[in-house]
Design a protein around this ligand. Structure first.
Ligand code: FAD
Length: 436
């Protein structure tokens, strides 16, 4: 065979320019490497989601699945052939590809984004610091049409390492809960369903965790089972949905320019900030037992499904950083362990946005009130009752304020671990002090 296609965050055949570039060279060996550096850092749900999508790809095309450090495995499989990839743009991915690229010829075509990180620049050639002008320039720049689907691709038969396949199969069998359907067909079905039933009302419904008004495509986009370009080709790009996809591209761009912002404050303005490490309170947050219904509902949705609604991600992140005064990486790490869409750019910059250490649009003095947020975005309490059975006897919005009901604690729902008004004041004092 004459080339290798190394799949990473692009587990699809449709709209895959790197695969087409490899096929242009003749017969192709399709390769996936289970990288222990990524695998061992992932929780059971994340492992199961990755495994299920790799195995789904292997059902569609002959895929050679191997295990080990890609810097060893890829050169061994490739020999003197060129290796095609979609460019990886995270700090770890870039380091790994540099190491592999020293030993084989890596050819990068496309990336997991409509516009590759680093390409959207302002008039002076500098990166954008703020989302809105970025999104405008991103739309103006535009992106290529989706790539053709190869008709009868010339792929070499698979030569997999049994131990690697066994690990993937075991991860799927050990999934801690039901995951969404894996693979391209399931992803496209979900997209078409959402395009038909959800897209029209998306701008109004997207903030309602009780209504399931979002596309739920993030786990597929994360692994490249679907490419955002494929979606953008099917919608009006001035819509709110396209703007949300632009957030994903913006955060990847920020990470490209500032790799250190993965785990450190992007803005040094709050460097003098003091943080706490209240172990018991952090554990209550993780387990969804803080006594604040919307916070607990979100954290339990995460524990039981590997996904959480965006509005509730903001509320739970605000609670950890502003009510418990914990530095955001503690929360970002927990989310990344559990989220099946867990993505270092979107997650860690989402956390920084909430914490006030990130891009400009995030004023440090924004402190979400978990009670009013709950009442506003889950007005009938349906979301809370779905995830917090100890509150399922409280009708309507009463589920958000068990302390107001005589029977609020009848089913052993925990008392509030902190007083929001006090902690809000404390957070603002700390921010003022840090800003001098
Ligand atoms: P939809 O509302 O249907 O949006 C469509 C797509 O747009 C999403 O799939 C996603 O790719 C993109 N998108 C939407 N909102 C955002 C956003 N604010 N930032 C970046 N991309 C966005 N998203 C992740 O993909 N992975 C993460 O690890 C992640 N962690 C987050 C952590 C915090 C603290 C916060 C506040 C947000 C985080 N987000 C993350 C963004 C957002 O919550 C999810 O993308 C969204 O909830 C996914 O659900 P959906 O596919 O139904 O979204």
């Amino acid at each position: 065979t004459s080339a290798v296609m190394w799949f990473r965050r692009d587990l699809r055949v449709r709209d895959n320019p790197a695969l087409l570039a490899a096929l242009d060279e003749g017969s192709v060996t399709a390769l996936f490497v289970v990288d222990p550096a990524i695998w061992s850092g992932a929780g059971a749900a994340r492992q199961a989601w990755l495994a299920a999508n790799v195995l789904a790809l292997a059902e569609r095309i002959p895929l050679s699945i191997h295990l080990g450090d890609p810097a060893d495995v890829v050169p061994r499989v490739a020999g003197d052939r060129r290796v095609h990839v979609a460019a990886e743009t995270t700090p770890y991915g870039r380091r790994r590809d540099d190491a592999v690229g020293k030993k084989v010829e890596l050819v990068a075509t496309g990336s997991p984004y409509a516009v590759g990180p680093g390409l959207v620049r302002n008039g002076s050639g500098d990166p954008y610091q703020v989302f809105t002008p970025f999104a405008r320039a991103w739309r103006e720049r535009g992106w290529p049409e989706p790539a053709a689907t190869p008709r009868s691709p010339d792929l070499a038969s698979a030569d997999s390492h049994q131990k690697a396949v066994g690990m993937l199969e075991k991860a799927v069998a050990d999934a801690p809960f039901d995951l969404p359907g894996a693979g391209e067909d399931a992803a496209w079905r979900r997209w078409h369903e959402f395009r038909k039933d959800g897209l029209g009302g998306y701008a109004e419904e997207r903030d309602r965790p009780d209504h399931d008004g979002t596309s739920r495509l993030s786990p597929y986009l994360h692994l490249g089972v679907l490419h955002p370009r494929s979606l953008l080709a099917e919608i009006d790009t001035s819509t709110t949905y396209a703007t949300e996809l632009a957030w994903r591209e913006f955060y990847a761009d920020v990470l490209w320019h500032s790799p250190g912002s993965a785990w450190n404050d992007l803005r040094p303005a709050l460097e003098g900030m003091t943080y706490d490490e209240p172990e018991d309170a952090i554990e209550a947050w993780r387990t969804g037992t803080t006594g604040y219904p919307i916070v607990d509902a979100g954290m339990r949705q995460l524990l039981h499904t590997g996904w959480m609604h965006n509005r509730v991600r903001m509320i739970t992140a605000s609670f950890l950083t502003k009510d418990l005064h914990v530095w955001w990486p503690v929360g970002a790490r927990h989310f990344l362990d559990l989220l099946i869409d867990g993505d270092v750019a979107s997650n860690n910059h989402g956390w920084q946005w909430v914490a006030g250490t990130g891009t400009d649009a995030s004023p440090y003095f924004r402190v979400f009130n978990p009670i009013t947020q709950g009442l506003r975005f889950d007005p009938q309490g349906d979301y809370v009752r779905r995830w917090v059975p100890e509150l399922d006897h409280l009708p309507g919005k009463a589920a958000h304020e068990p302390w107001k009901s005589d029977v609020g604690y009848e089913q052993d729902y925990p008392l509030r671990i902190v007083d929001h008004a006090d902690e809000r004041r404390e957070a603002l004092e700390r921010y003022q002090a840090a800003r001098g």
